[in-house]
Structures are given as C-alpha cells and as structure tokens.
Design a protein around this ligand. Structure first.
Ligand SMILES: Nc1nc2c(c(=O)[nH]1)N[C@H]1C(S)=C(S)[C@@H](COP(=O)(O)OP(=O)(O)OC[C@H]3O[C@@H](n4cnc5c(N)ncnc54)[C@H](O)[C@@H]3O)O[C@H]1N2
Ligand code: MOO
Length: 386
C-alpha cells in the first residue's frame, strides 16, 4: 500500500453544504413489517389504516344500568366488561347492571349512571339525561386513516394502531451503525495510564445514532493498523461505518489510504469549520457509508452532528431537520475561511472550547455555527448537543 495520499486542498466544503450533502446522499432504507410496539421510534413507510371500528362494539361509558324503553325498569341481570357476545336484546321496561366497557345488548336506550338513578330490590328508577353509550365505530371506522407515511411512530400512535385492530406497521428499517475507535493510545475502560486516553466516542455516537433513528451495533477498538482497519470496513452487517480518529495526516492515520485501496468515493472530504475540519463522508463500493470523525473529542462531536446525524436521519426515513437560528451573544475567535462552532447555553457562548476537550460542550445545550462575519447578538444556526 502506498504511504502517500492525496490530501484535500483548501479549507474544505462549506459547513452548510456538507450537512446538506450528508442529508441528501442516501435514501430511506426499505420498509419492514413489525408489530406496532416494535415500530415505536421508527418512521412510517405506509399509512396506518384502522382495521376494526373504534369502539369495536356498542359499549357502556359509565357504571350503572343499561335500560330499554321508558322506566321504571326491572333489573334482569348484570354484565361487566369482559369477553362474550352482547347477548339477547334488552326488552322494554327492563335493565341490566353494567360496568364501563361492557358490551351492551341490542335495544339499549341509555346507560343510567348509578348517581343518576335509584334502585330498590330489582326496580330501577331515574331520568335519562344522556345516553352514555359509546357506539361501535363512533370514533373510527374500519378503513379510516390514523397516520400518514413519514410520520414517526410514537408510543401513542402504536397504541392507537393496536386499538384500531392493526397488528403490523410498515416502517423504514433503522440504519445499523458500527463504530470503530482507532488509536493505540485509546482504552475503553479504566483510568488511562501514561500516554493513554479513555474513549470518548462510543457514548456520543450511540446517542447521536439513537436520536437520528439508527441502531448502534457495537463499538470496536482498533489498533493503528491499516490491515485491521481494512478488515473492519469490509465486514458484513452495518449500513454505516463510523471511524473515530485516523482522519488526519499523521503516520498512524491510515483511513484515507485504506479507503483509497478499497475504491471508496469521497462525498465530503474536509469541512470548512473549526474544529472538525478533517471530517469526511465516503461511500464504499456496494453502497455502504463511512463517516470519519476527527479524533479530538469535541471535533468528533461537531462531525457527528454535521455529517452522521443527517445521514442517519434520512436513512431512517426522517425528514431533514431544519437547523434553527438563534441570536448568540458572547465572544469567539472566528474562522476567516469558514465557520467556528462554539458551545452555547441559552444564547450565551460558553468560553474556552478546544478541539480536544468536551467539558465546555458538557456545560452547554447547543452548538452555534458562527460565520466569519458574525458579531455578538447576530443569529446563528444551532445544533442540539446530545
Ligand atoms: N499535520 C496535521 N496534523 C493535524 C491536522 C492537520 O490538518 N495537519 N489536523 C488536526 C486536527 S484539526 C485534528 S481534529 C486531528 C485529527 O486527528 P485524527 O482524526 O487523525 O485523530 P488522532 O490523531 O488519532 O487523534 C487526535 C487526538 O484525539 C485523541 N483521540 C483519538 N481517539 C479518541 C477517542 N476515541 N477518545 C478520546 N480521545 C481520542 C487522540 O489521543 C489525539 O489526542 O489531527 C490534528 N493534526
Ligand atoms: O479541527 Mo480538529 O478537527 O479540531 O482540532
């Protein structure tokens, strides 16, 4: 393998274009059929249509007496909520004691709530002031739409689907992500010894993947060895391969050489932002995606929000997330050739952010993307910190 590699020239792709590129590159993954519960958190690929009426049968809305015809009524039985057919029609002048949710017999005129009637032995008297009947199909009929394609399946939508007799939803398959943490100095447990650092990426990538609608398959630490990296990038399974570290020009940074040897195509190779400029997004032959996160942890967080999150959102079937702009105040060293990305709490810049450390981002809620001409008080696009 050659040891030289063509480095990207200039400041890199403008930040907004890089994010839009990541959003637009991949289409939504194909639909899968799952139970409504298993679909929660996914995006509908097809509309949800009620398969049974809601309610499915005429049912009591109150605890009391189901009555037929004019009163007084003779109580002939009791029916509480439970399985079973509605039974024989209720004859005029008769009543049955019912619980809320009980199937009502044909002929029921109304349900008299206990508090609106009085009972003596088997006689019930009272005024019918409302019917207190939930009629079959009054809320939804079979064939009524519940939700359209593109809508996220919330727990409430899954429950509403079940209520309408729907056993299967069609949702986009979540993108499966594998993280490869490179660096001989990186350890994944315990306190680092001399020359070592503790991995900062696994939790962050897991959080960004989850909120974008993807699934982190696992995180594997790799030594600074091109053969190990090449083997990792060609293993079957994931849709998206995330590599932390190895994004730059150092002697141990093999990613660009390995991707070249695998015939990958770069779609984003360097972004005009500080920090995070060595980030990238490439496509392997066969259609899998590689997201390169710079090893400096704050730079890696910037890259995860710039490239990884929009890529995964689209693959999961989500609509592109509009990036809101808020007025940002404070002081920042701007970057003349692109944007400076700073942590912000409320609208105030948290000072002191450096590429290698996460503590200022940890004290903030948002990352603000400050253009070269920004001045305190100007609006800037913001991203939510995971
Ligand atoms: N000659 C140049 N050197 C560097 C450039 C450049 O343009 N020319 N860019 C610098 C910038 S900016 C960044 S960011 C880094 C990116 O480096 P790599 O992605 O190749 O990452 P490493 O060199 O492996 O590590 C950088 C730094 O981050 C620490 N690290 C790595 N992985 C982890 C992890 N999982 N958890 C915590 N910390 C991690 C690593 O120990 C290093 O300190 O390159 C600059 N150099
Ligand atoms: O720009 Mo590097 O990506 O911070 O330190």
């Amino acid at each position: 393998m050659s040891t030289s590699v063509r480095r990207p020239h200039g400041p890199g792709m403008p930040w907004a274009l890089a994010r839009a590129t990541a959003s637009d590159l991949a289409g939504p993954l194909p639909a899968e059929r799952t139970t409504p519960d298993a679909a929660t958190g996914r995006i509908l690929a097809r509309p949800v249509i009620a398969e049974t009426p809601v309610p499915a049968f005429d049912t009591a809305a109150m605890d009391g007496y189901a009555v037929a015809g004019p009163g007084p009524w003779k109580v002939t039985g009791r029916r509480l909520a439970g399985p079973g057919e509605p039974g024989a029609p209720l004859l005029d002048g008769t009543a049955i004691e019912v619980g809320t949710g009980a199937a009502l017999p044909p002929g029921t005129r109304a349900v008299l709530p206990y508090e609106h009637c009085s009972r003596t032995d088997d006689q019930v008297t009272g005024d019918v002031t409302g019917t207190h009947i939930r009629h079959a199909g009054a809320e939804l009929r079979a064939g009524d739409p519940l939700a359209g394609a593109g809508r996220p399946v919330t727990a409430t939508l899954a429950a509403a689907a079940v209520q309408a007799g729907v056993e299967e939803l069609h949702t986009h398959r979540p993108p499966v992500v594998a993280l490869f943490v490179t660096g001989d100095e990186v350890i994944t447990s315990g306190r680092p010894g001399p020359g070592q650092v503790r991995d900062s990426f696994t939790g962050l990538v897991g959080a960004v993947t989850g909120r974008a609608g993807g699934r982190l398959l696992g995180s594997t630490r790799l030594p600074d060895d091109p053969a190990a990296l090449a083997a990792a990038l060609t293993a079957d399974g994931p849709d998206v391969l995330v590599v932390s570290g190895s994004s730059s020009a150092g002697a141990a940074d093999h990613l660009h050489r390995v991707l070249a040897s695998l015939g990958a195509t770069w779609h984003v190779r360097g972004v005009a932002c500080r920090p995070g400029h060595p980030q990238g997004l490439a496509e392997l032959p066969g259609g899998r995606w590689v997201v390169s996160l710079p090893g400096n942890p704050y730079a890696g967080l910037v890259a995860a929000l710039t490239l990884l999150e929009p890529l995964l959102r689209t693959m999961a079937g989500r609509r592109p997330e509009p990036v809101p702009a808020v007025a940002v105040t404070g002081a920042a060293r701007l970057y003349a050739e692109g944007v400076r990305i700073v942590p912000v709490t409320g609208s105030e810049i948290v000072p002191g952010a450096r590429a290698g450390s996460l503590h200022t981002a940890a004290a903030a809620d948002l990352l603000a993307v400050l253009p070269a001409g920004w001045r305190s008080g100007d609006p800037a696009p913001v991203l939510t910190i995971p």
